[in-house]
Design a protein. Structure first.
Length: 416
Protein backbone atom coordinates (compact mmCIF):
# COMPACT_ATOMS: atom_id res chain seq x y z
CA UNK A 1 0.00 0.00 0.00
CA UNK A 2 1.11 3.56 -0.67
CA UNK A 3 2.33 5.72 2.21
CA UNK A 4 0.71 8.94 3.34
CA UNK A 5 3.58 10.92 1.78
CA UNK A 6 3.21 9.21 -1.61
CA UNK A 7 -0.52 9.83 -1.69
CA UNK A 8 -0.24 13.47 -0.61
CA UNK A 9 2.65 14.10 -2.99
CA UNK A 10 0.73 12.93 -6.04
CA UNK A 11 -2.07 15.32 -5.16
CA UNK A 12 0.38 18.17 -4.59
CA UNK A 13 1.77 17.65 -8.07
CA UNK A 14 -1.34 16.95 -10.08
CA UNK A 15 -4.41 18.48 -8.42
CA UNK A 16 -5.62 22.03 -8.65
CA UNK A 17 -4.61 23.65 -5.40
CA UNK A 18 -8.10 24.16 -4.00
CA UNK A 19 -8.11 22.12 -0.79
CA UNK A 20 -6.26 22.42 2.50
CA UNK A 21 -6.82 18.82 3.55
CA UNK A 22 -6.26 17.39 7.01
CA UNK A 23 -3.21 15.08 7.06
CA UNK A 24 -5.25 11.92 6.98
CA UNK A 25 -5.82 9.20 4.38
CA UNK A 26 -9.05 7.31 4.98
CA UNK A 27 -9.36 3.77 3.73
CA UNK A 28 -12.61 2.38 5.11
CA UNK A 29 -15.49 3.06 7.44
CA UNK A 30 -18.03 1.20 9.55
CA UNK A 31 -20.95 2.90 11.25
CA UNK A 32 -19.79 6.08 13.02
CA UNK A 33 -16.11 5.14 12.65
CA UNK A 34 -13.50 5.68 9.93
CA UNK A 35 -10.09 4.02 9.56
CA UNK A 36 -6.78 5.35 8.18
CA UNK A 37 -3.83 3.72 6.40
CA UNK A 38 -2.58 2.19 9.66
CA UNK A 39 -6.09 1.05 10.52
CA UNK A 40 -6.31 3.66 13.29
CA UNK A 41 -9.93 4.37 14.20
CA UNK A 42 -11.61 7.79 14.15
CA UNK A 43 -15.01 8.75 15.57
CA UNK A 44 -16.83 10.73 12.88
CA UNK A 45 -18.56 14.00 13.83
CA UNK A 46 -18.34 15.27 10.23
CA UNK A 47 -20.14 12.69 8.02
CA UNK A 48 -18.29 13.94 4.94
CA UNK A 49 -19.90 17.36 5.55
CA UNK A 50 -23.34 16.10 6.39
CA UNK A 51 -23.48 13.42 3.69
CA UNK A 52 -22.95 10.11 5.48
CA UNK A 53 -26.07 10.32 7.63
CA UNK A 54 -26.22 6.51 7.80
CA UNK A 55 -22.57 6.33 8.77
CA UNK A 56 -20.25 4.20 6.67
CA UNK A 57 -20.86 0.88 4.92
CA UNK A 58 -24.48 0.59 6.07
CA UNK A 59 -25.36 -3.02 5.12
CA UNK A 60 -28.64 -2.09 3.41
CA UNK A 61 -26.95 0.64 1.33
CA UNK A 62 -24.10 -1.70 0.38
CA UNK A 63 -26.59 -4.37 -0.70
CA UNK A 64 -28.68 -1.89 -2.70
CA UNK A 65 -25.65 -0.46 -4.52
CA UNK A 66 -24.38 -3.98 -5.33
CA UNK A 67 -27.71 -5.11 -6.69
CA UNK A 68 -28.44 -2.01 -8.73
CA UNK A 69 -24.87 -1.61 -10.06
CA UNK A 70 -25.13 -5.10 -11.49
CA UNK A 71 -28.38 -4.16 -13.27
CA UNK A 72 -28.31 -0.52 -14.40
CA UNK A 73 -26.26 2.50 -13.32
CA UNK A 74 -27.12 5.17 -15.87
CA UNK A 75 -29.61 5.66 -18.68
CA UNK A 76 -29.66 9.49 -19.15
CA UNK A 77 -32.90 11.42 -19.04
CA UNK A 78 -33.81 10.31 -22.57
CA UNK A 79 -35.49 7.21 -21.12
CA UNK A 80 -37.55 6.15 -18.15
CA UNK A 81 -36.35 3.97 -15.32
CA UNK A 82 -38.15 2.65 -12.28
CA UNK A 83 -36.76 4.86 -9.55
CA UNK A 84 -36.83 8.56 -10.47
CA UNK A 85 -40.62 8.93 -10.36
CA UNK A 86 -40.81 6.82 -7.20
CA UNK A 87 -38.23 9.01 -5.46
CA UNK A 88 -39.99 12.19 -6.60
CA UNK A 89 -43.29 10.84 -5.23
CA UNK A 90 -41.66 10.01 -1.91
CA UNK A 91 -40.03 13.45 -1.56
CA UNK A 92 -43.19 15.30 -2.61
CA UNK A 93 -45.12 13.33 0.01
CA UNK A 94 -42.55 14.17 2.70
CA UNK A 95 -42.57 17.94 2.05
CA UNK A 96 -46.36 17.99 1.94
CA UNK A 97 -46.91 16.07 5.16
CA UNK A 98 -46.95 18.18 8.31
CA UNK A 99 -44.97 16.43 11.04
CA UNK A 100 -47.26 14.62 13.46
CA UNK A 101 -45.88 16.38 16.53
CA UNK A 102 -45.96 20.00 15.40
CA UNK A 103 -49.32 19.54 13.64
CA UNK A 104 -48.81 22.79 11.77
CA UNK A 105 -50.58 22.85 8.43
CA UNK A 106 -48.59 25.94 7.42
CA UNK A 107 -45.45 23.85 7.15
CA UNK A 108 -46.74 21.82 4.24
CA UNK A 109 -45.87 22.51 0.60
CA UNK A 110 -48.97 20.89 -0.91
CA UNK A 111 -48.83 19.52 -4.46
CA UNK A 112 -45.22 19.51 -5.72
CA UNK A 113 -42.86 18.35 -8.44
CA UNK A 114 -39.17 17.45 -8.19
CA UNK A 115 -36.09 17.85 -10.40
CA UNK A 116 -32.93 15.79 -9.78
CA UNK A 117 -29.40 17.19 -10.09
CA UNK A 118 -25.93 15.90 -9.21
CA UNK A 119 -25.11 18.28 -6.39
CA UNK A 120 -26.44 20.89 -4.02
CA UNK A 121 -25.11 23.75 -6.09
CA UNK A 122 -26.98 22.52 -9.14
CA UNK A 123 -30.18 22.21 -7.10
CA UNK A 124 -29.79 25.91 -6.25
CA UNK A 125 -29.11 26.80 -9.89
CA UNK A 126 -32.25 24.99 -11.00
CA UNK A 127 -34.29 26.61 -8.24
CA UNK A 128 -33.36 30.14 -9.27
CA UNK A 129 -33.83 29.37 -12.96
CA UNK A 130 -37.35 28.16 -12.15
CA UNK A 131 -38.03 31.24 -10.01
CA UNK A 132 -36.96 33.46 -12.94
CA UNK A 133 -39.37 31.69 -15.29
CA UNK A 134 -42.22 31.94 -12.79
CA UNK A 135 -41.37 35.58 -12.05
CA UNK A 136 -41.26 36.61 -15.70
CA UNK A 137 -44.60 34.91 -16.26
CA UNK A 138 -46.40 37.04 -13.65
CA UNK A 139 -44.29 40.24 -13.74
CA UNK A 140 -42.48 40.43 -17.08
CA UNK A 141 -38.72 40.83 -17.65
CA UNK A 142 -38.29 43.24 -14.75
CA UNK A 143 -39.31 40.61 -12.22
CA UNK A 144 -35.84 39.10 -11.97
CA UNK A 145 -34.35 40.28 -8.67
CA UNK A 146 -33.09 37.81 -6.08
CA UNK A 147 -32.80 38.39 -2.39
CA UNK A 148 -30.28 36.47 -0.28
CA UNK A 149 -28.73 36.75 3.18
CA UNK A 150 -25.37 38.10 4.30
CA UNK A 151 -23.12 35.29 5.53
CA UNK A 152 -24.97 32.62 3.55
CA UNK A 153 -23.52 29.75 1.51
CA UNK A 154 -25.24 28.31 -1.56
CA UNK A 155 -22.44 26.85 -3.67
CA UNK A 156 -19.67 27.67 -6.11
CA UNK A 157 -21.16 28.09 -9.59
CA UNK A 158 -21.84 31.62 -10.82
CA UNK A 159 -25.54 31.57 -9.93
CA UNK A 160 -25.12 29.95 -6.52
CA UNK A 161 -22.03 32.05 -5.79
CA UNK A 162 -23.99 35.20 -6.65
CA UNK A 163 -26.37 34.28 -3.82
CA UNK A 164 -23.54 33.49 -1.39
CA UNK A 165 -23.13 36.43 0.96
CA UNK A 166 -19.46 36.03 1.86
CA UNK A 167 -16.63 38.03 0.28
CA UNK A 168 -14.08 35.28 0.83
CA UNK A 169 -15.92 33.05 -1.65
CA UNK A 170 -16.82 35.80 -4.15
CA UNK A 171 -13.49 37.62 -4.34
CA UNK A 172 -11.73 37.31 -7.67
CA UNK A 173 -14.75 35.98 -9.58
CA UNK A 174 -16.68 39.18 -10.16
CA UNK A 175 -18.75 40.24 -11.92
CA UNK A 176 -21.41 37.92 -10.53
CA UNK A 177 -25.17 38.18 -11.11
CA UNK A 178 -26.01 41.84 -10.62
CA UNK A 179 -29.64 41.35 -9.61
CA UNK A 180 -28.98 40.11 -6.07
CA UNK A 181 -29.74 42.12 -2.94
CA UNK A 182 -28.35 40.98 0.42
CA UNK A 183 -30.02 41.55 3.77
CA UNK A 184 -28.94 40.59 7.27
CA UNK A 185 -30.34 37.40 8.76
CA UNK A 186 -33.29 38.18 11.07
CA UNK A 187 -33.35 41.88 10.08
CA UNK A 188 -37.07 42.41 9.52
CA UNK A 189 -36.77 46.09 8.59
CA UNK A 190 -33.99 45.44 6.09
CA UNK A 191 -36.00 42.60 4.60
CA UNK A 192 -39.14 44.69 4.16
CA UNK A 193 -37.14 47.47 2.53
CA UNK A 194 -35.47 45.09 0.07
CA UNK A 195 -38.44 43.13 -1.32
CA UNK A 196 -40.66 44.65 -4.01
CA UNK A 197 -42.60 43.65 -7.14
CA UNK A 198 -39.35 43.10 -9.08
CA UNK A 199 -38.26 40.41 -6.61
CA UNK A 200 -38.64 36.94 -8.13
CA UNK A 201 -37.11 34.96 -5.26
CA UNK A 202 -36.02 35.10 -1.63
CA UNK A 203 -33.33 32.46 -1.09
CA UNK A 204 -32.12 31.39 2.35
CA UNK A 205 -30.84 28.58 4.55
CA UNK A 206 -33.20 28.21 7.56
CA UNK A 207 -30.03 27.25 9.45
CA UNK A 208 -26.71 28.55 8.07
CA UNK A 209 -24.32 25.61 7.68
CA UNK A 210 -20.95 26.72 6.31
CA UNK A 211 -21.79 30.22 7.57
CA UNK A 212 -21.34 29.06 11.18
CA UNK A 213 -24.61 27.40 12.39
CA UNK A 214 -26.93 30.38 12.79
CA UNK A 215 -30.70 29.90 12.77
CA UNK A 216 -33.22 32.18 11.11
CA UNK A 217 -35.94 33.19 13.56
CA UNK A 218 -39.48 31.94 13.04
CA UNK A 219 -40.57 35.58 12.86
CA UNK A 220 -38.06 36.32 10.08
CA UNK A 221 -39.08 33.23 8.10
CA UNK A 222 -42.75 34.15 8.55
CA UNK A 223 -42.08 37.65 7.21
CA UNK A 224 -40.21 36.16 4.21
CA UNK A 225 -43.29 33.98 3.58
CA UNK A 226 -45.67 36.96 3.81
CA UNK A 227 -43.53 39.18 1.54
CA UNK A 228 -43.07 36.43 -1.05
CA UNK A 229 -46.86 35.96 -1.13
CA UNK A 230 -47.57 39.69 -1.36
CA UNK A 231 -45.11 40.21 -4.22
CA UNK A 232 -45.68 36.86 -5.96
CA UNK A 233 -42.03 35.88 -5.47
CA UNK A 234 -40.74 32.36 -4.78
CA UNK A 235 -39.57 31.60 -1.26
CA UNK A 236 -36.65 29.20 -1.74
CA UNK A 237 -35.17 27.30 1.21
CA UNK A 238 -31.69 25.85 0.82
CA UNK A 239 -31.95 22.75 3.02
CA UNK A 240 -28.94 21.11 1.41
CA UNK A 241 -27.16 20.93 4.78
CA UNK A 242 -29.92 21.30 7.39
CA UNK A 243 -32.53 19.17 5.58
CA UNK A 244 -33.41 15.47 5.34
CA UNK A 245 -33.44 14.73 9.04
CA UNK A 246 -30.53 16.67 10.49
CA UNK A 247 -32.77 18.95 12.58
CA UNK A 248 -34.85 16.04 13.88
CA UNK A 249 -37.69 16.66 11.39
CA UNK A 250 -37.36 15.43 7.82
CA UNK A 251 -37.20 19.03 6.57
CA UNK A 252 -35.99 21.88 8.77
CA UNK A 253 -38.91 24.06 7.67
CA UNK A 254 -41.29 21.65 9.39
CA UNK A 255 -39.66 22.50 12.71
CA UNK A 256 -39.94 26.24 12.02
CA UNK A 257 -43.56 26.04 10.82
CA UNK A 258 -42.96 28.02 7.61
CA UNK A 259 -43.10 26.26 4.23
CA UNK A 260 -41.18 27.47 1.15
CA UNK A 261 -42.32 27.39 -2.49
CA UNK A 262 -39.14 25.61 -3.54
CA UNK A 263 -36.78 23.55 -1.38
CA UNK A 264 -33.28 22.45 -2.42
CA UNK A 265 -31.81 19.28 -0.90
CA UNK A 266 -28.72 17.20 -1.52
CA UNK A 267 -25.96 16.15 0.88
CA UNK A 268 -27.26 12.96 2.61
CA UNK A 269 -29.95 12.02 0.12
CA UNK A 270 -28.17 9.17 -1.68
CA UNK A 271 -25.95 8.06 1.21
CA UNK A 272 -22.77 9.35 -0.44
CA UNK A 273 -23.60 9.01 -4.13
CA UNK A 274 -23.87 12.41 -5.84
CA UNK A 275 -27.51 13.47 -6.00
CA UNK A 276 -29.37 16.70 -5.38
CA UNK A 277 -32.93 17.83 -5.97
CA UNK A 278 -35.23 20.75 -5.83
CA UNK A 279 -38.89 20.34 -5.10
CA UNK A 280 -41.29 23.06 -6.21
CA UNK A 281 -44.93 23.76 -5.51
CA UNK A 282 -47.07 22.98 -8.53
CA UNK A 283 -47.80 26.67 -9.31
CA UNK A 284 -44.05 27.35 -9.68
CA UNK A 285 -43.18 23.98 -11.19
CA UNK A 286 -45.56 24.49 -14.10
CA UNK A 287 -43.63 27.57 -15.28
CA UNK A 288 -41.06 25.30 -16.98
CA UNK A 289 -41.42 23.42 -20.29
CA UNK A 290 -39.58 20.50 -21.89
CA UNK A 291 -36.09 21.51 -23.00
CA UNK A 292 -35.70 24.47 -20.63
CA UNK A 293 -33.58 22.63 -18.06
CA UNK A 294 -31.83 19.28 -17.89
CA UNK A 295 -28.85 17.14 -16.91
CA UNK A 296 -27.05 14.07 -18.19
CA UNK A 297 -26.36 12.34 -14.87
CA UNK A 298 -29.03 13.71 -12.53
CA UNK A 299 -31.62 11.28 -11.24
CA UNK A 300 -30.02 8.09 -12.51
CA UNK A 301 -31.27 4.65 -11.42
CA UNK A 302 -28.41 3.88 -9.01
CA UNK A 303 -28.56 7.20 -7.13
CA UNK A 304 -32.38 7.28 -7.03
CA UNK A 305 -32.74 3.70 -5.82
CA UNK A 306 -30.15 4.32 -3.10
CA UNK A 307 -31.98 7.51 -2.08
CA UNK A 308 -35.23 5.55 -1.71
CA UNK A 309 -33.36 3.08 0.47
CA UNK A 310 -31.86 5.94 2.52
CA UNK A 311 -35.32 7.39 3.21
CA UNK A 312 -36.71 3.93 4.05
CA UNK A 313 -33.89 3.29 6.53
CA UNK A 314 -34.37 6.68 8.22
CA UNK A 315 -38.05 5.79 8.70
CA UNK A 316 -37.75 2.13 9.61
CA UNK A 317 -34.82 2.56 11.99
CA UNK A 318 -36.57 5.60 13.56
CA UNK A 319 -33.38 7.61 13.14
CA UNK A 320 -35.09 10.99 13.63
CA UNK A 321 -35.93 9.92 17.18
CA UNK A 322 -32.24 9.29 17.69
CA UNK A 323 -31.28 12.65 16.15
CA UNK A 324 -33.68 14.38 18.55
CA UNK A 325 -32.59 12.45 21.63
CA UNK A 326 -28.84 12.44 21.09
CA UNK A 327 -29.00 15.95 19.57
CA UNK A 328 -30.48 17.27 22.81
CA UNK A 329 -27.71 15.54 24.74
CA UNK A 330 -25.02 16.99 22.45
CA UNK A 331 -26.56 20.44 22.87
CA UNK A 332 -26.53 20.12 26.68
CA UNK A 333 -22.89 19.08 26.59
CA UNK A 334 -21.85 21.90 24.23
CA UNK A 335 -23.83 24.45 26.23
CA UNK A 336 -22.05 23.30 29.39
CA UNK A 337 -18.67 23.64 27.65
CA UNK A 338 -19.61 27.12 26.40
CA UNK A 339 -20.49 28.11 29.98
CA UNK A 340 -17.48 26.56 31.69
CA UNK A 341 -14.59 26.87 29.25
CA UNK A 342 -13.01 30.32 28.83
CA UNK A 343 -11.93 29.23 25.31
CA UNK A 344 -15.55 28.64 24.22
CA UNK A 345 -18.23 31.25 23.70
CA UNK A 346 -21.54 29.87 22.47
CA UNK A 347 -23.29 26.62 21.46
CA UNK A 348 -25.68 26.89 18.52
CA UNK A 349 -27.99 24.73 16.45
CA UNK A 350 -30.14 21.70 17.11
CA UNK A 351 -30.36 18.00 16.34
CA UNK A 352 -27.28 16.91 14.44
CA UNK A 353 -26.42 20.34 13.04
CA UNK A 354 -24.66 22.15 15.84
CA UNK A 355 -21.74 24.48 16.32
CA UNK A 356 -19.51 25.63 19.15
CA UNK A 357 -18.20 29.16 18.71
CA UNK A 358 -14.76 29.57 20.27
CA UNK A 359 -12.67 32.49 21.50
CA UNK A 360 -9.72 30.88 19.69
CA UNK A 361 -9.19 29.59 16.12
CA UNK A 362 -11.01 26.30 15.58
CA UNK A 363 -8.69 24.68 13.04
CA UNK A 364 -5.85 23.86 15.51
CA UNK A 365 -8.38 22.13 17.78
CA UNK A 366 -9.67 20.10 14.85
CA UNK A 367 -6.06 19.24 13.86
CA UNK A 368 -5.22 18.12 17.40
CA UNK A 369 -8.40 16.04 17.65
CA UNK A 370 -7.05 13.80 14.86
CA UNK A 371 -4.33 12.53 17.20
CA UNK A 372 -7.10 11.74 19.72
CA UNK A 373 -9.05 9.70 17.15
CA UNK A 374 -11.93 12.15 16.64
CA UNK A 375 -12.97 13.94 13.44
CA UNK A 376 -14.43 17.42 13.95
CA UNK A 377 -14.73 20.13 11.33
CA UNK A 378 -14.20 23.86 11.57
CA UNK A 379 -15.98 26.64 9.72
CA UNK A 380 -15.82 30.45 9.84
CA UNK A 381 -12.43 30.40 11.63
CA UNK A 382 -13.75 30.03 15.18
CA UNK A 383 -16.63 27.58 14.90
CA UNK A 384 -16.37 23.82 15.43
CA UNK A 385 -19.18 22.28 13.43
CA UNK A 386 -20.88 19.00 14.37
CA UNK A 387 -22.68 17.11 11.59
CA UNK A 388 -22.51 13.52 12.89
CA UNK A 389 -24.16 10.47 11.33
CA UNK A 390 -27.74 9.90 12.52
CA UNK A 391 -26.48 6.70 14.21
CA UNK A 392 -24.40 8.57 16.80
CA UNK A 393 -25.08 7.48 20.39
CA UNK A 394 -24.64 9.26 23.72
CA UNK A 395 -21.49 7.26 24.49
CA UNK A 396 -19.97 8.64 21.27
CA UNK A 397 -20.91 12.18 22.31
CA UNK A 398 -19.15 11.51 25.62
CA UNK A 399 -15.97 10.43 23.85
CA UNK A 400 -16.05 13.49 21.54
CA UNK A 401 -16.70 15.92 24.38
CA UNK A 402 -13.92 14.41 26.52
CA UNK A 403 -11.47 15.11 23.71
CA UNK A 404 -12.87 18.56 23.03
CA UNK A 405 -12.63 19.60 26.70
CA UNK A 406 -9.09 18.31 26.94
CA UNK A 407 -8.01 20.25 23.84
CA UNK A 408 -9.75 23.46 24.95
CA UNK A 409 -7.99 23.23 28.29
CA UNK A 410 -4.65 22.72 26.54
CA UNK A 411 -5.25 25.78 24.32
CA UNK A 412 -5.94 27.85 27.39
CA UNK A 413 -2.68 26.72 29.00
CA UNK A 414 -0.77 27.59 25.82
CA UNK A 415 -2.39 31.04 25.76
CA UNK A 416 -1.53 31.66 29.45
C1 LIG B 1 -23.00 22.02 0.59
C2 LIG B 1 -23.98 23.11 0.37
C3 LIG B 1 -24.28 23.60 -0.91
C4 LIG B 1 -23.55 23.12 -2.14
O1 LIG B 1 -23.73 21.77 -2.36
P1 LIG B 1 -22.65 20.96 -3.26
O2 LIG B 1 -23.18 19.55 -3.26
O3 LIG B 1 -21.33 21.13 -2.60
O4 LIG B 1 -22.68 21.55 -4.61
C5 LIG B 1 -25.25 24.57 -1.02
N1 LIG B 1 -25.89 25.03 0.06
C6 LIG B 1 -25.64 24.59 1.30
C7 LIG B 1 -26.41 25.13 2.45
C8 LIG B 1 -24.66 23.62 1.51
O5 LIG B 1 -24.38 23.20 2.73
Amino acid sequence: MKTFEQIADLERRYLLGTYARYPLVLTRGKGVFLYDLDDRRYLDFVSGIGVNALGHAHPRIVKTIREQAAKLIHVSNLYYHEYQGALAEKLCTLVSRPPAAAGSSEASMGACRAFFSNSGTEAIEGSIKLARLAGHRVGGEAKCRLLALEGSYHGRTFGALSLTGQDKHRKGFEPLLQEVTFVKRNDLEGLRAAVDDDTCAIVLEPIFGEGGIYECSVEFLGECRALADRHRAALIFDEIQCGLGRTGTILAFQAFGVAPDIVAIAKPIAAGLPLGAFIAKEEFANAISPGQHGTTFGGGPLACRVALEFLAIVEEEKLLDNVNKVGRYLNQELTAIAEKSPAAKEARGRGFIQGLNLEVPARPIVDDALAEGVLFNSTQDTVIRFLPPFLLEEKHVDKGMRVLKKLLKKKRKEAA
